[in-house]
Design a binder for this molecule. Structure first.
Ligand code: ARG
Length: 564
């Protein structure tokens, strides 16, 4: 039962000048329940009807036939306010949650549609840093949100596994590295020699020349060069996979930049044929009207990041026939995406409009910005391990007898880090502060998980099957219960909004609101009481909240332990 839709139908029958969609978009949810559950502002109608908004509202209220789920319709200063019958409201909303359980909020709007989500994409031989964490958790959540709406999602990890930096790394390894050290310290050792390369190359530019030669060897299929590169890749993936395992992230494809090596020539040829390539100081570029040109090949013939992205997009269109291809990266890459999206458009592919860049803000540690060049990096795996460790300490303080402490510490510690990244609009910069991330009372992951566990605990204690037929919904009409039910009703809509705006933060914000409303309900209403009717009704609500918090956390990629 979609109340907003029903009300829109009702209004639509009176205001035929507007489409149903327009009416839906005009319906508001008043900030204060005293002003009704839904409100329709008549201001935009004044011109059409040549009457004051107040008059329109008054006239309309007189002629609308009140459906059974509405208790009252009032006109208040230019608004038509709808008051839902609270018992019926509780019945419609809660019984749907009880029926659908974990599938509440699912839809089939995406059936038959493919969405490619390009996310995470760390660079081989460089650490997986907090920026990649953001891409990973935002992309991972977008994946889950679209999946919930019935889309077929293809998660691609477009690994940064090709480029001139590998020439540098080979030189560095041959001069200052050793097999043992790389095997022992992994990416940290690769980083150390990479940083060393930059230090030495400042004084000795011939190193750069040497590095270029090695990269050319790679491009020409030289065995020694490619063996080393493959080995660096294996070492890096071991490390990345530790992070993915901790985060519970999986990809459908690991086709990284190198995957397109043998596919770029054809695309460059196509660009040539379509008359888009221009020579500029030996390089080949595509000129763009209101942006700097897009570089396709350098003067030594080597290809670039953009060349690989253009090739990858064409490959993905042919392979997955996507409805949308979404790229989750830092805001700093805006120009890069704008440029090559334009190239696709100029190539005459009308699906250029299905390419979507989803940018996000910077992450900084309280201690200062992170940088790979200088080597003062914090490995993500270490942050995650620390989160788990710190959570374990908190559990040891607060609930030392908890069973499965290790598993729960992991679920909560990791959940806290993920939630911290997803709780604000993605475009905002994030400052990583342990006190904030792990605060069980603040607007955090642990707070939502704790609320979920609290609901589970009540249900465990009650230990009864909630028989839907026995629920007296009139019990759930006090303000705290109504607020919880109002939020429950909004959940399916929230998921759609989060998908439309590509904003997992909508879900994060929502489960905070639901948790707060539930904790108020829990505080105001004793649940395990003598009166069987009251008990069952309230338990049904607890079950509904538990279910939605579980789904919401899952959409963010966060586990929901039943005990904490
Ligand atoms: N490897 C890149 C980086 O770390 C991100 C790649 C994003 N995806 C893409 N198709 N360009 O900045």
């Amino acid at each position: 039962m979609d109340f907003k839709l029903q009300i829109a139908d009702l209004l639509n029958s009176k205001f035929k000048d507007f489409s149903k969609e327009e009416i839906i978009s005009m319906i508001e949810i008043p900030p204060n329940p005293e002003m009704g559950d839904y409100a329709f502002p008549c201001f935009r109608l004044a011109k059409i009807f040549r009457k004051s908004p107040a008059q329109i509202a008054e006239d309309t209220v007189k002629v609308i036939e009140k459906p059974d789920f509405i208790k009252e319709i009032k006109n208040v200063s230019g608004y038509i306010n709808f008051y839902i019958d609270k018992t019926k409201f509780a019945f419609y909303v809660l019984s749907e949650v009880l029926d659908k359980k974990e599938t509440y909020g699912s839809s089939n709007e995406g059936n038959g549609k493919n969405i490619v989500i390009d996310y995470s994409a760390p660079n081989i031989a460089k650490p997986f840093h907090v920026g990649h964490l953001r891409s990973t958790v935002i992309g991972g959540s977008i994946y889950r949100i679209f999946k919930k709406l019935g889309y077929n999602c293809i998660g691609v990890n477009h690994l940064g596994d090709w480029g001139t930096q590998f020439g540098k790394l080979i030189v560095a390894y041959k001069k200052w590295g050793s097999k043992e050290a790389v095997e022992k310290d992994g990416i940290k050792e690769l980083m150390r020699i990479y940083v060393l390369f930059h230090e030495k190359a400042e004084k000795d530019p011939s190193l750069e020349e040497e590095a270029r030669k090695w990269f050319t060897k790679m491009e020409n299929g030289d065995k020694e060069a490619l063996d080393l590169w493959n080995w660096f890749k294996d070492i890096s993936l071991i490390e990345f996979n530790k992070v993915y395992d901790l985060l519970g992230i999986k990809f459908d494809s690991y086709a990284g930049e190198s995957f397109y090596n043998d596919k770029m020539d054809k695309v460059i040829e196509e660009l040539e044929q379509k008359g888009l390539l221009k020579e500029s100081e030996g390089a080949k570029i595509v000129e763009l009207e209101d942006m700097p040109p897009c570089l396709i090949t350098k003067k030594d013939g080597s290809t670039l990041y953009a060349t690989r992205d253009i090739t990858a997009a064409i490959y993905r269109k042919n392979t997955y026939d996507f409805n949308k291809c979404i790229y989750v990266t830092a805001l700093a890459q805006n120009l890069h995406f704008a440029q090559w999206f334009k190239v696709i458009e100029k190539m005459g592919y009308d699906w250029y409009k299905d390419l979507i860049h989803v940018p996000f803000g910077l992450v900084s540690m309280e201690t200062g910005k992170l940088s790979t060049r200088k080597g003062n990096v914090v490995l993500l795996e270490e942050i995650l391990k620390e989160a788990i460790e710190k959570t374990k300490q908190i559990i040891n303080d607060k609930n030392p007898n908890l069973e499965n402490k290790d598993i729960i510490a992991e679920q909560v510690g990791i959940g806290a880090v993920i939630f911290n990244d997803l709780s604000n609009n993605r475009i905002k910069d994030v400052v990583f502060s342990w006190d904030k991330v792990l605060n069980f009372d603040g607007e955090t992951g642990p707070y939502v998980q704790y609320t979920h566990a609290r609901a589970c605990s009540v249900l465990r204690k009650a230990n009864i099957n909630i028989d839907k037929e026995k629920i007296d919904y009139s019990i759930l009409t006090d303000p705290a219960s109504v607020e919880v039910i109002r939020l429950m009703e909004q959940f399916p809509e929230k998921i759609k909004e989060a998908a439309n705006k590509l904003e997992p933060s909508f879900i994060a914000r929502y489960i905070i609101d639901l948790s707060q409303a539930f904790n108020k309900f829990y505080h105001d209403n004793p649940i395990l009481v003598e009166d069987e009717k009251v008990k069952i009704a309230r338990l049904a609500l607890v079950y509904g909240v538990k279910t939605i918090l579980y789904i919401g956390l899952d959409l963010l990629g966060i586990k929901a332990p039943e005990k904490m």
